[in-house]
Design a protein around this ligand. Structure first.
Ligand code: PLP
Length: 281
């Protein structure tokens, strides 16, 4: 595991953050997780662009510079020697004696952690996994990838306790996304996913899936769908940087479609897999 703290390489054991860090006290920070396949970054550019947008949304001035962050990500990966890795990036508003209002001067804490990543079990992708549904109790700005993940964490823990892979959120009966992934359904052979508004994270993988659909002439629409649509769907899958494209075949104990990964899901998985072998940006 390679760690960079504020642009400097530090030993994992000695990497320390102040007790006054606003990430710790207020959840005042944002993060990204980027996947590396065969030594190639999978859309680092898109992750950094989303991070900049999120920073602007919370009035966070990334004073160290986005180019510098990109350089550190690439350097850290090189030093790690890992071919398949996850790169965790976190930026907080830094350390300052505790007060709700922002520190008078910007001095971010920023961290890059590179870990070796191994693929999830093949059976998950081949057979599909289970999901549960939970009410979406998060705030109204889910498009910002903040480190305030308590609601997501509780939801995922519930899924784990139920023996499921992922927890799918709904707001008043409308499916938004999942605890760490976006949700897609196939209804009447058409791919549907929640619109990219303030109720979901605009997943990089979600965007890639929509591009795959467009390029492969799969009919799709970004529109709100209900819990009933979810249960009655022909196919369901979730998408995320670490999740990739994961078929869901059972939700709250009810079988989805034929109970196996569907045709459209499998074609998207295949196209996604091909991209992981070529994309380098
Ligand atoms: N939705 C939530 C709540 C997430 O936490 C994540 C990823 O961690 C995603 C969606 C998927 O986003 P991406 O495809 O950019 O990894």
């Amino acid at each position: 595991t390679v760690v960079y703290l504020n642009g400097e390489r530090v030993d994992y054991e000695n990497a320390r953050i102040s007790v006054e860090d606003r990430g710790f006290q207020f959840g005042d920070g944002i993060y990204e997780v980027v996947r590396v396949y065969g030594g190639r970054f999978f859309y680092l550019d898109r992750h950094l662009a989303r991070m900049k947008k999120g920073a602007d949304e919370i009035y966070l001035d990334m004073d160290f510079g986005l180019d510098n962050l990109e350089k550190v990500c690439r350097q850290a990966l090189k030093e790690s020697g890992f071919k398949d890795a996850s790169v965790y990036i976190q930026v907080t508003r830094g350390a300052y004696p505790r007060q709700h209002t922002f520190p008078p001067e910007s001095s971010c804490t920023w961290v890059v952690i590179v870990r070796e990543a191994k693929a999830q079990p093949r059976e998950f992708y081949e057979n599909g996994v289970m999901g549960i549904t939970v009410p979406d109790e998060r705030w109204n700005r889910c498009n910002i990838k903040t480190v305030q993940l308590l609601a997501n964490s509780i939801a995922k823990e519930k899924a784990k306790k139920a023996g499921a892979y992922e927890a799918i959120f709904h707001r008043g009966g409308c499916v938004t996304e999942a605890s760490s992934s976006n949700v897609f359904i196939v209804r009447n052979k058409k791919l549907l996913t929640h619109p990219a508004n303030n109720f979901i994270l605009h997943g990089i993988t979600r965007g890639v899936v929509l591009e795959i659909a467009r390029d492969n002439k799969i009919d799709y629409s970004e529109e709100v769908f209900s819990l009933q649509d979810l249960f009655e769907a022909e196919e369901v899958f979730v998408s995320g940087t670490m999740t990739e494209v994961m078929p869901i075949v059972k939700i709250d104990g009810k079988i989805i479609g034929d109970g196996v990964p569907g045709e459209i899901t499998r074609s998207i998985m295949k196209a996604y897999d091909a991209l992981t072998k070529t994309i380098d940006q």
